[in-house]
Design a protein around this ligand. Structure first.
Ligand code: TLP
Length: 345
């Protein structure tokens, strides 16, 4: 049988044996009453690795980012978000619908950064006609910018600017450990300048469910109340948290393998006529590339040959390397792509 090589996302990763065992054996209680010892342990661990006072287990990155908006703003405020931000593209407009905030976008450059002048110009002065600029949202790594990494220095500079103007800063760090591994710095250094941060257990770290919202004790308590309102107060959530603890303790260093496989994929694609790739720019595990014009419906056709990618706009395709796809699978995928292109031309 043909092996399926799934490069659509790192969200497809299945829990490890160790996670399943930890879930089975987890000590449990009612987390709405804060009586689940495993959730409490995960939240303490998350706060510690992020260098923040407290953390809160949430159902998803989408919920954590929404909590970032709800806890940091009031209805009628404005938030500043990158034009390529996940929070803007893929979170169903929750910030506006449920947070009642205006979303002001400014362009991300191809390295995922927001220009300091653009940010400064977007921040509103006090004026009876204006909403209040309340929150700057950053993303690290930056999904739509090919897994681009924001450095400590950049995060410090742009957050400092926001703070000087009285804004809070929320970081969507869904893949912050990919950034940390790529830069060789602890995650806590990357998030030190921001007020609140989301990170995900269920992406490259391979846990089945869950994200953590982190910040000051006060912020996290505010978020806890919002989480309850959103229906995210979970009971024996230790079954989820147990896998999350393994994710944080055991699964971070291996992200380097995903990064190496992303480079391997791009180096291979560069050898196949007609593919447009940038081998010198593969910072983490997300790769955007363009397929040759001769191959119509590339994503569908290669999908039929057992290699799954996500379609972006036009001829642009996204690949995300992950624990379910080894180096030999990348070679196999490249072979199948090569064959498809040969047949099409
Ligand atoms: N991203 C998913 C899809 O929603 C596109 C993916 O496959 O990449 N922030 C970032 C940067 C993300 O990439 C994602 C998920 C989220 C937040 C939302 O996390 P979940 O899926 O847990 O709500």
């Amino acid at each position: 049988m043909m092996k399926i090589i799934d490069l659509r996302s790192d969200t497809i990763t299945l829990p490890t044996e160790e996670m399943r065992r930890a879930m089975y054996e987890a000590e449990l209680g009612d987390d709405v009453h804060r009586e689940d010892p495993t959730v409490n342990r995960l939240e303490e661990l998350a706060a510690e690795v992020m260098g923040k006072e407290a953390a809160l287990l949430t159902t998803s990155g989408t919920m954590s980012n929404l909590l970032g908006v709800l806890a940091n703003t009031r209805p009628g405020d404005e938030i500043i978000v990158g034009s390529e931000a996940h929070m803007f593209w893929y979170e169903v407009g929750g910030a506006s619908t449920l947070g009642g905030v205006v979303i002001r976008t400014i362009p991300n450059d191809e390295d995922g950064k927001l220009d300091a002048t653009d940010v400064e110009e977007a921040i509103r002065s006090e004026n009876i006609h204006f909403p209040k600029s309340a929150l700057l949202c950053l993303e690290n790594t930056q999904n739509r910018c090919g897994g681009a990494v924001l450095t400590c220095e950049y995060t410090e500079e742009i957050s400092g600017l926001a703070h000087r103007h009285g804004l809070q800063v929320h970081l969507d760090g869904a893949r912050i450990f990919n950034a940390a591994v790529a830069l060789g710095v602890p995650a806590r250094e990357l998030v030190a300048p921001v007020d609140t941060v989301n990170f995900c257990l269920s992406k490259g770290l391979s846990a089945p469910v869950g994200s953590l919202f982190c910040g000051t004790r006060e912020m996290v308590e505010r978020a806890r109340k919002w989480r309850k309102m959103l229906g995210g107060g979970m009971r024996q959530a230790g079954v989820i948290a147990a896998a999350g603890i393994v994710a944080i303790e055991k699964m971070v260093d291996r992200l380097a393998e995903d990064h190496a496989n992303a480079r391997r994929l791009v180096a291979g694609l560069a050898q196949i006529p007609g593919f447009s790739v940038s081998p010198e720019k593969v910072p983490t595990n997300i790769v955007n590339f363009e397929f040759p014009p001769e191959v119509s419906d590339f994503v569908i056709k290669i999908g039929e040959r057992g290699v799954k990618f996500l379609s972006r706009s036009g001829r642009s395709v996204r690949a995300v390397t992950n624990r379910m796809v080894g180096a030999e699978d990348i070679e196999e995928a490249l072979g199948r792509i090569n064959q498809l292109v040969k047949e099409a031309s």
